[in-house]
Design a protein around this ligand. Structure first.
Ligand SMILES: N[C@@H](CCC(=O)N[C@@H](CS)C(=O)NCC(=O)O)C(=O)O
Length: 203
């Protein structure tokens, strides 16, 4: 039994999009929860078992899986048929895992630090900055339409998402902008937006 704790229009919307891409929505029980939002609205929901009251959270037969990267990896392993991630043993998996880890370990910190207007040599030494992040994306997306080559993968779904939420953070690089548009045009993205809008009306 799989349960996803989801708050509309949040980081867990990526997991709704992923489940749609994996054609696995009917295999997951989705529980809509409240969260504390950046604008101060909302509140921690007592029915959400996430250790910090956050989303996304996936529970599989009582085992709690938190952090978007872990959930994405877990679900693409569980539903490999749609080929949204290279399976273990495929040489391409190393590159794929690197994109996921780079997102959590570098991209989110770089974007948050930049948005907060903070600068410190330790931050630059540890994460580098927006210039290096943009360079990395440009190199990959000039060589191929998606991060893993010719095919869309869960790495694209994850890595394009902050630029969809915060267009002002988008690197001014044509290949990166075209990739964001390609990812945003996927039917799963539109479907997840409509799903979230319906949940908010119902709430
Ligand atoms: N690194 C976590 C971040 C999760 C996160 O911050 N989620 C936000 C929603 S976008 C949240 O639940 N915020 C509620 C809170 O901070 O209490 C992940 O990617 O899973």
């Amino acid at each position: 039994m799989l349960t996803l704790y989801h708050a509309p229009r949040s980081r867990s919307s990526r997991i709704i999009t992923l489940l749609r891409e994996l054609d696995a929505l009917d295999k997951v029980n989705i529980v809509i929860v409240d969260i504390t939002r950046g604008d101060g609205s909302g509140a921690r929901d007592p029915k959400n078992p996430h250790p910090d009251g956050k989303v996304p959270l996936l529970v599989h037969d009582g085992v709690v899986i938190w952090e978007s990267i872990a959930i994405i990896q877990y679900l693409t392993d569980l539903f490999p048929e749609k080929k949204l991630a290279p399976v273990a043993g495929d040489l391409k998996r190393g590159r794929y895992l690197s994109w996921l880890a780079w997102y959590a370990g570098v991209v989110e910190p770089v974007l948050i630090v930049e948005a907060a207007g903070i600068s410190h040599p330790y931050l630059q030494a540890t994460f580098r900055g927006p210039k290096e992040m943009a360079q990395q994306l440009e190199t990959a997306l000039t060589a191929s339409p998606y991060l893993m080559g010719d095919e869309f993968s869960a790495a694209d779904l994850l890595l394009y998402s902050p630029f969809a939420w915060f267009p002002e953070a988008t690197p001014d690089v044509p290949a990166v902008k075209a990739w964001i548009e390609r990812c945003a045009a996927r039917p799963s993205v539109q479907w997840a937006a409509e799903y979230d809008a319906a949940q908010q009306v119902a709430a």
